[in-house]
Ligand binder design. Structure first.
Ligand code: GUN
Length: 289
């Protein structure tokens, strides 16, 4: 099979999910409940983080979810950030808490994430929620892998028995993605920078999840014909013309689309689903309160 790669339209999937969430928020309001509320904490001035937070806030507003931004200087002492998280944990008007990563180097991210109440941890990064996912219990699932699973299931239906490879082992994507795929009864390989013969491993896979953060690393020639490719990468690279930059994924898209049956584009694939799943998790957090 060549030249037939069908593009998985993440934007369209996300728009449907967001419309469903907006409906559910309206239904809650008719029943007398207040709007779900998300507290977003942004420390420092990482430009990409500012863009992500702006997009998340706009998506909340559009779905009828209240978002409260807490911006702090890059010099914020760790103890003050901890105190802010604890205050948000106690605040009955806050359903979900999101601390945008990366945090400045002087702050221990693991300590901050562990301090978020598991019932408000809409990113699903706390050890409690990571443990729930790893052991098959209900909890908050990190938004990016959850979005990837949704795209896979709406494209392929049941993925039980499929050979899947996850390239990358981060706590934000790779590890939770592997847990979700295991939960869906796929046969899962987790590859990373120390894996031997990555092309050979990828060649076996019906489902390829690329989450390494290296521009266009996965080549078309590595893929099994007819496979499904989910590209989590968002990498900014110089344009060929030498002027300005463009976004590319972790997969060499044009080559891969010649071999794969289904592939997500960058941008417009996984990214929009991440935000939609954040709204879904926030709605879930509000229902738990
Ligand atoms: N930084 C990059 N991705 C994410 C994410 O999904 N959540 C948070 N909190 N920070 C991030």
């Amino acid at each position: 099979m060549t030249g037939s790669g069908q593009i998985i339209d993440g934007k369209a999937h996300a728009a449907r999910l967001r419309a469903d969430i907006a409906q559910a928020v309206i239904a809650r309001a008719s029943a007398g409940a207040r709007a779900p509320a998300l507290a977003v904490v942004l420390v420092g001035d990482d430009p990409a983080s500012h863009v992500y937070v702006r997009n998340k806030t706009a998506a909340c507003r559009e779905a009828g979810i209240t978002s409260i931004e807490h911006r702090r200087d890059a010099t914020l002492p760790e103890a003050e950030l901890l105190a802010l998280v604890q205050q948000l944990n106690r605040d009955p008007a806050v359903d979900g808490i999101l601390v945008q990563l990366p945090l400045p180097a002087h702050i221990d991210s693991a300590r901050i994430i562990s301090a978020i109440s598991p019932d408000k941890d809409v990113d699903g990064f706390s050890p409690v929620n990571a443990g729930r996912l790893a052991t098959g219990l209900d909890g908050f699932v990190p938004c990016t892998p959850l979005g990837c699973l949704r795209l896979l299931q709406s494209t392929l239906g049941d993925i039980a028995g499929a050979e899947a490879i996850v390239i990358g082992r981060s706590n934000i994507v790779g590890r939770p993605m592997a847990s979700l795929l295991i939960g869906a009864s796929a046969t899962v390989t987790v590859a990373h920078s120390r894996s031997r013969d990555l092309p050979g491993l990828v060649r076996r896979a019906d489902i390829v999840i690329a989450a390494v953060g290296r521009p266009e690393m996965v080549r078309g020639s590595w893929l099994k014909p007819g496979c499904t490719v989910i590209d989590v990468g968002i990498n900014r690279v110089p344009k060929e013309s030498g002027e300005g930059t463009r976004l590319v994924g972790d997969v060499a898209f044009a080559e891969a689309a010649e071999v794969a049956a289904h592939i997500t584009p960058v941008p417009g694939g996984v990214g929009p689903m991440t935000i939609a799943c954040l709204l879904e998790n926030t709605l879930k957090a509000a229902s738990l309160q």
